[in-house]
Design a protein around this ligand. Sequence first.
Ligand code: NAD
Ligand code: USQ
Length: 392
Amino acid sequence: MRILILGGDGYLGWATSMYFSRRGHEVHAVDNYLRRRMHEENGTDSLTPILPDLPSRARAWKEVTGLEIGVTEGDLQDWGLVERVVREFEPEAIVHYGEMPSAPYSMIDRDHAVFTQTNNVVGTLNVLFAMAELVPDAHLVKLGTMGEYGTPNIDIEEGFIEIHHKGRSDVLPFPKLAGSFYHLSKVHDSHNIHFACRIWGLRATDLNQGVVYGIETEETKLDERLVTRFDYDELFGTALNRFCLQAVIGHPLTAYGKGGQTRGYLNILDTLQCVELAVLNPPTEGEYRVFNQFTEQFSINELAEIVREAARHHGLTVEPVHVENPRVELEEHYYNAAHTKLLDLGLRPHLLSETLIESMFSVMERYKHRVIPDRIDPRTRWRGVLRERAAR
Ligand code: NAD
Ligand code: USQ
């Protein structure tokens, strides 16, 4: 199958490009290096030493496996670029990771919020228009987020909920209570994608993914040059990845607030499996479907305890600390989210275990000389704008 990977230089996008290439698909990756530039802006960097650009990564892939990954360097906000890539490559599936993915980055200030929503919403609109005009039968596999739903006091369904209201009923999109301007950009995308399916008959799968952890895949292990990026700083690192790195360097595990925040989590290996299952089982014409893509739920306190225990087995001593929560979010809440649709398609989850965490420690120990320790503690506050105003 011809598969276009948007955001192919990223943590998940590079791993996905290699995964599909190795399974015999024709892969073309697009990226504008936004993630690398945001790290330069913040004085941070990937723990793993990734090659300098996509062409070098594709060359290394060819040397190691003999397989080709096509590359386009460019911005999805540029209609000319999106139109050209889609016209020339004629994808049968488009896996869209190419967005600004950090909640804290989107909350820095007005400029970062506006940039996040413009980048994400305009890029996705361009992809939808290119599909409608050039490849209307292609399948869009779009990375959304479980954070679109927030933490409502009822069970979370997979995209839609049956509502009975004043004697009538309908199946409608599940209510959204996103927790950052980034998460809201995904809500806006979801509405636009759903609308494009309804009016143009496009087919799309919105993967509402939980928090991903992990550092290696079968393909990254083939050669050191094939590593994917791995971030642990306050803006781009995610909870479990950060805790593992913190354990390795002896930094207290940074549980924000009371630590009762519960989210869905999955291993990077399962991201690959889920995206493949979505691609190989496309929806029908005009169908917009939503899969909740995670395998297990944990609270922050549970994660910290699991990492502390795995660290102890590994000969490392580390303790959780409750730091002031930089975010505005519920710290104790009900959370029960459905996630059966990918299991029904055949997903076989890699569940979190101490062995798995210890294998992450081993990779991190190899690169720990690259850690920038003063970028770990949280600085970006959800109410930062209000505090700055009060100080003036
Ligand atoms: P990432 O930042 O490593 O990957 C995204 C890639 O897209 C980057 O390489 C970036 O340079 C590129 N990009 C961004 N805007 C672009 C544009 N306008 N034009 C071209 N390229 C652009 O992030 P990731 O962790 O790999 O996440 C991939 C996707 O999955 C994102 O959409 C993210 O929101 C979503 N997601 C990630 C997680 C997670 O825990 N990592 C969880 C849920 C959802
Ligand atoms: N948290 C801590 N300590 C930390 C880091 C985070 O307690 O050191 C807490 C946060 O307060 C939050 C939870 O952990 O309650 C998750 O935070 P996160 O940074 O791991 O994840 P989040 O900001 O939600 O974003 C990440 C990805 C994003 C994706 C999302 C999936 O960066 O791209 O959309 O996970 S989800 O969380 O399901 O929305």
